[in-house]
Design a protein around this ligand. Structure first.
Ligand code: SAM
Length: 370
């Protein structure tokens, strides 16, 4: 086991842990600390709001089993890419195939709205359309790995990503971006997408791939699949969950689908960023629904976890999110001892990074132990 692991890009665990930019992700080092402190090798760690699977990955690379559930396909693709990457030569071969068919996508590229032509050069746009159409990321490990790696570089700093200048972890709105680029006279960078991605694939695999203890992340809604998946996984490894380690969505702030719309477009989503009306895919604006979500998930956790298990929740300090989370935890785990810690903020908070200017920013950790 790695003691006091500090993620570093010069070893395979750290290099793959950094996949990929995700709205409100844990800082890199934090989940490793929690896993080391609150679980033991061989135990099962569960995260029903897994995001890019920072918690599950820290468990799986530290000899623990991890099971995550995530409703957003972007988080799920990242999770699968780092927990279960395909062989490098297969990913490189697939990149070549995708690149060879880009001339088939000229007409489709022309029909896309103005945003896409400001964001990407013609070559990059046809390449992206080829990837969007041909990569079977839901069913093929190779295609998913390539898609996961491609999504990292879809947008970001000029010449470090495939797009015109844009934030790395958040997709900005179409009109805002167009105005921004126009005002600064910024044209999309002329990049050869094959060379660009090939060198980044080589870099990612250069230190090898991490050793993973059997773990998984499921794509779906925790209110619907958590209980079944947890029971199935527990049976498989003959262990109950010893650590529930998660960070639920924050009430009224985060919008995991809309704010990552461009990456979701590459996964087959809509051409324009639309507010999702599907349950648990929009912003969490209804107090009743927010409470029901946490009540449901903590209620399931109560039934599937070991009687001595630890619960570690990182959440928002703002009043409704915090009090709802704390009260529901007390209700579902009445025999546990509860402690809270102001999450150490080095630099910026998870949502602060993304422009959250609330008067009370910051996160709090709620820890329940027997
Ligand atoms: C605070 S983020 C977790 C970030 C994660 N700790 C990381 O490091 O990436 C909360 C996550 O819960 C997911 N989520 C919200 N409702 C869900 C549901 N009903 N089932 C599963 N996941 C859900 C969101 O899509 C989001 O990715």
């Amino acid at each position: 086991m790695i003691k006091k692991y500090k993620p570093s890009l010069s070893d395979p665990i750290g290099r793959w842990a950094a996949i990929g930019p995700y709205y409100a992700m844990f800082p890199l080092e934090f989940p490793f600390k929690v896993i080391e402190k609150y679980s033991k090798p061989g135990e099962l760690v569960i995260d029903p709001f897994a995001g890019r699977a920072s918690s599950i990955y820290a468990a799986a690379t530290n000899e623990r089993h991890g099971l995550g559930i995530e409703i957003n396909p972007l988080g799920w693709v990242y999770a699968q890419t780092k927990l279960n990457p395909a062989a490098q030569h297969l990913v490189e071969y697939r990149l070549l195939e995708i690149s060879k068919s880009i001339s088939d996508y000229k007409t489709e590229a022309e029909s896309l709205n103005e945003f896409y032509h400001w964001c990407f050069s013609d070559t990059v746009l046809t390449f992206l359309l080829s990837a969007r159409e041909n990569l079977r990321w839901k069913t093929s490990k190779t295609d998913r790995t390539l898609m996961g790696l491609l999504l990292i570089y879809l947008h970001g700093k000029y010449n470090q990503a495939l797009s015109n200048q844009m934030r790395h972890a958040k997709s900005m709105s179409q009109q805002y971006s167009i105005n921004w680029w126009k005002n600064r006279g910024m044209q999309p960078p002329e990049i050869n997408p094959y060379d660009f991605m090939l060198s980044r694939i080589k870099w990612r695999y250069a230190k090898g791939t991490p050793k993973i203890k059997y773990s998984d992340v499921k794509l779906g809604d925790s209110t619907l699949i958590f209980e079944k998946q947890a029971k199935r996984f527990s049976e498989k490894i003959s262990r109950h969950c010893s650590l529930l380690f998660t960070s639920p969505p924050y009430y009224g702030i985060t919008h995991y689908h809309k704010d990552q719309w461009l990456r979701l477009w590459l996964l087959g989503g809509k051409e324009t960023a639309l507010w999702s009306s599907e349950k648990h895919k929009g912003r969490f604006d209804s107090k009743t629904e927010y409470r029901e979500l946490l009540d449901n998930v903590f209620g399931t956790a109560e039934t599937i976890m070991d009687k001595e298990a630890t619960i570690y929740i990182r959440t928002d300090t703002r009043d409704f999110t915090y009090t709802t989370t704390r009260d529901l935890l007390k209700e579902h785990f009445p025999k546990w001892k509860m402690r809270t810690f102001q999450a150490p903020v080095s630099g910026k908070t998870q949502t602060g990074i993304l422009g959250n200017r609330s008067s009370k920013p910051g996160e709090i950790d709620i820890v329940l132990t027997k």
